[in-house]
Ligand binder design. Structure first.
Ligand code: CAA
Length: 283
């Protein structure tokens, strides 16, 4: 299947990064969100991130303008009607995703592939509530999207081979590398990464080390680009907690118990960088 037009739902951190890389790779992108402010902020962020690539010599000024020109913004899901592929990157809440798909699918042609950038929700369950489970799959980018090389591709139980092949082709055209995960809670990256972060939070909670010593240990002792607490702030503590809950509920194993300190921070509204406060203070 020839994919030329891609709809991206959600203009947040992930959605704007996804629109960015698609546009640079030559796809026509329709970016949608419920908030006009979010759409405007996304365009500004994409412009800034394209500037970084221009200043590094990775893109020319003309490439930058052409990429921005390929991105249209809309508040109306119906405007995604002409898409060959839709990537949903809205709020990580299952009810929100079901509601978006229910509103969107009547506007889509029968061949349109529908995907979700969910970091942990069951693809099979999301797919089952749509009109096209065989044309539905997981398309999971890593943050920051323009920098990270990996995309996890997740087949639901009903995903057909043509859908998988088409999505693999998009990953290739983006110049990224795909890994394939079966549809189990949190897939591969987050199944491994988020419990590691949760363990780092336990290490802090139990007084084994300070924030600085935990992060320095993992940066210099394990060559991680960011310490686990810095990374938790970067991902968002609410997202980390929600993924731990998905693992805990889905696998029913106490080893996935969210650390009480993580729960407390989220209850306080200390969500990391996006709220200016997490394990570090960004104010
Ligand atoms: N857009 C475009 N380019 C960007 C960018 C962005 N948003 N953010 C950073 N860059 C570029 C910079 O311009 C720079 O480019 P060059 O190498 O060409 O100079 C490069 O990326 C490195 O950036 P910086 O020099 O500013 O900073 P850094 O060296 O500290 O790297 C980082 C920043 C890439 C974020 C690095 O710290 C890192 O890799 N951190 C770990 C990120 C990670 O683990 N992500 C996965 C999170 S888990 C996830 O996403 C899954 C989920 O579902 C929760």
């Amino acid at each position: 299947m020839d994919i030329r037009k891609v709809g991206v739902i959600g203009a947040g951190q992930m959605g704007n990064g996804i629109a960015h890389v698609l546009a640079v790779a030559g796809y026509e992108v329709a970016l949608t969100d419920v908030s006009a402010d979010a759409l405007e902020a996304a365009r500004a962020t994409i412009g800034r991130n394209l500037d970084r690539q221009v200043s590094k010599g990775a893109l020319t000024e003309d490439d930058r303008e052409a990429a921005l020109g390929r991105i249209s913004s809309t508040l109306d899901l119906a405007d995604l009607g002409g898409s060959d592929l839709v990537i949903e990157a809205a709020t990580e809440r299952e009810d929100v995703k079901h509601a978006i798909f229910a509103e969107l699918t009547p506007h889509l042609g029968p061949e349109t592939i529908l995907t979700s950038n969910t970091s942990s929700i069951s693809i099979t369950r999301l797919a089952a509530r749509t009109d096209r489970p065989e044309k539905f799959m997981g398309f999971h980018f890593m943050n920051p999207v323009p920098v990270m090389q990996l995309v996890e591709l997740i087949r639901g139980i009903a995903t057909d081979e043509a859908t998988f092949t088409a999505c693999s082709g998009v990953v290739e055209r983006l110049g990224k590398t795909a890994s394939t995960s079966e549809d189990f809670p949190a897939f591969i990256v987050n199944r491994i990464l988020i419990p590691m972060i949760n363990e780092a939070i336990y290490t802090l909670y139990e007084g084994v080390g300070s924030v600085a010593s935990i992060d320095t240990s993992m940066k210099l002792g394990a060559n991680h680009p960011m310490g686990p607490l810095e990374l938790a702030d970067f991902i968002g503590l609410d997202t980390c907690l929600s993924i731990m809950n998905v693992l805990h509920d889905g696998l029913a194993d106490t080893k996935y118990r969210p650390c009480p300190l993580l729960v407390k921070y989220v209850e306080a509204g200390w969500l990391g960088r996006k709220s200016q406060r997490g394990f570090y203070d960004y104010r």
